[in-house]
Design a protein around this ligand. Structure first.
Ligand code: SF4
Length: 86
């Protein structure tokens, strides 16, 4: 299980979620290469502990537990996972 960042993050990249994640699994962070180029932020599924802390921090409600991801944004599951395969 993991949490997923979906479409509302595109163009937003607020990073409030990054600040509260206890395992620092949301990338790219502001000081990481690729931050400016990234469409959105992503959650590393191998590191996420499903604590849920990021969900309420997101100002655009872009973060969902895997089982709560709206059907219209189902493609964002793979988009998050694939980001960490590079
Ligand atoms: Fe980080 Fe918890 Fe959000 Fe997973 S659910 S990305 S561990 S804050």
């Amino acid at each position: 299980m993991t949490h997923i960042i979906a479409e509302p993050c595109i163009g937003t990249k607020d990073t409030a979620c990054v600040d509260v994640c206890p395992v620092e699994c949301i990338h790219p962070m502001k000081d990481e290469p690729g931050f400016a180029e990234a469409d959105q932020l992503y959650i590393d599924p191998d590191e996420c502990i499903d604590c849920g802390a990021c969900v309420s921090e997101c100002p655009v409600e872009a973060i969902f537990a895997e089982e709560d991801l709206p059907e219209k944004w189902s493609a964002f599951y793979a988009k998050n996972v694939d980001y960490f395969k590079k």
